[in-house]
Design a protein around this ligand. Structure first.
Ligand code: ADQ
Length: 405
């Protein structure tokens, strides 16, 4: 009997996330809280686990404490079934140097591959909000016999400079891969659309090991998966693309089919939250057929008192909204919003306090932020710029533990 192919998942979670500052001042980007209950890494891990990929290593480096803690406490699979999600810190295994790039991170961690001896290796990024069944990508990868299969998605050409851009032939073979080009190519017949890499790859084990070994001795390489490894395999004629448009996930709706967001900037992070709160959201967290998993803290349910209200909003457990009005917002766990406060179009992370009569508009408040009574945020742009971080599109951001008084 031919068994299922053995797959090891390697989740790249070492990114610094500079453009998400100040949310990444104290934590790695994959540990940034998202959608009230989650951290960004929960999306990729849910997709992999839901697809039955149960041997997963998460490579960490930058400010990894909260990420390590989150993974070790939340993602406990069954030991007796040989399932695990293990955070793997950078360890200087091959000499006195930290990871020089995402390919070097895997090269320095090849012991994990030798231990597990998988047939294929899924190398996935940890920075995206999406729902995907990687099992369907694996089926195509196995059938094509490619050395690597790259997940691809159509994005507006105007945004494609942040991505690897793919040209492929009619059989799905990648003919050209340009990492973050200044002038992204368009899809034939669609001048405003580019076929972009999602930063998710399926490798046959031997192709990955060979490519990483060749890359390690290449003095001109930056040791980057998108910049070096994928172009190398494209040059060797063994890279295929998997079209994300073909991925069908149980329980998804017409509206949220194909949803994928790279939440690499404050504006993208903010906009992805706003995608959650409308009556018919473009990303549906309530799909029980393909759950986005996490562990929630042992808190009581949310409570609304003194005519406090929240509409078109998500409200986490342990939160109390007392005589305040909340509209179009994502309010995480353990938040207190007091009498007369108005919160509109905002993202409030756990433990924040918003005082009496305060106004918070188009803002992101990180963990444990305190907005004192009567303080106005998102009302006077000049005052906001003088005191806080303000994103390109004017979203005001208060970092972890900040006090606005
Ligand atoms: P980027 O996301 O810009 O582009 P990168 O910064 O290397 O590429 O991040 C990729 C993933 O690797 C992220 O999950 C990040 O956290 C992680 N990472 C980065 N440096 C790391 C390190 N030293 N150790 C461990 N993990 C690390 C990539 C691809 C593009 C593609 C986009 C899609 O290179 O081709 O289009 O993802 O968002």
């Amino acid at each position: 009997m031919k068994g299922q192919p053995r797959v090891l998942g390697i989740v790249l979670a070492g990114g610094e996330g500079k453009r998400l500052w100040p949310l990444t001042a104290d934590r790695a980007k994959p540990a940034v809280p998202f959608a009230g209950n989650y951290r960004l890494v929960d999306f990729v891990l849910s997709n992999l686990v839901n697809a039955g990929f149960h041997q997963l290593c998460v490579l960490t480096q930058y400010k990894s404490h909260s990420l390590d803690r989150h993974i070790s406490t939340t993602w406990r699979l069954s030991t007796v079934l040989g399932q695990y999600v293990t955070p793997v810190p950078a360890q200087q295994r091959l000499g006195p140097r930290w990871y020089t790039g995402s390919a070097d991170a895997i090269y320095q961690s090849l012991n994990l591959v030798y231990d597990e001896q998988p047939d294929h290796i899924a190398v996935f990024g940890a920075d995206h909000v999406y729902r995907m069944d990687p099992g369907q990508m694996l089926d195509q990868h196995v059938e094509s016999g490619a050395g690597v299969t790259v997940a691809g998605i159509r994005v507006p050409r105007a945004e494609a400079r942040a991505f690897g851009c793919i040209d492929s032939d009619e059989h799905g073979k990648i003919t050209r891969f340009l990492e973050k080009p200044a002038d992204p190519p368009s899809v034939p017949g669609h001048p405003d659309v580019t076929f972009a890499s999602m930063g998710n790859y399926l490798f046959s084990t031997s192709a990955l090991i060979e490519a990483l070994r060749a890359d390690a001795v290449d003095k001109d390489s930056l040791h980057d998966m998108g910049g070096d490894i994928i172009p190398m395999l494209v040059g060797a004629g063994s890279a295929h693309v998997y079209d994300f448009a073909d991925n069908v996930v149980p329980g998804e709706t017409e509206r949220d089919r194909g949803y994928w967001r790279d939440v690499g900037t404050l504006d993208a992070y903010y906009d992805a939250h706003m995608d959650l709160v409308s009556v018919h959201p473009v990303f549906n967290l309530y799909n029980r057929h393909w759950p986005i998993r996490t562990a929630t803290p042992p808190l009581p349910p949310a409570k609304f008192v003194n005519a406090g209200s929240a509409v078109e909003s998500i409200v986490g457990p342990g939160t109390i909204i007392s005589g305040a009005s909340v509209v179009d917002s994502v309010i995480s766990a353990d938040v207190l919003i007091e009498d007369g406060a108005q919160v509109e179009g905002s993202v409030v992370l756990p433990g924040a306090r918003i005082g009496k009569g305060a106004v918070v508009r188009r803002a992101i408040l990180d963990k444990n932020v305190v907005v004192a009574d009567g303080v106005r945020i998102g009302v006077d742009p000049e005052a906001d710029r003088a005191q806080h971080t303000v994103s390109g599109s004017g979203v005001v951001v208060l970092g972890k533990g900040a006090r606005a008084e």
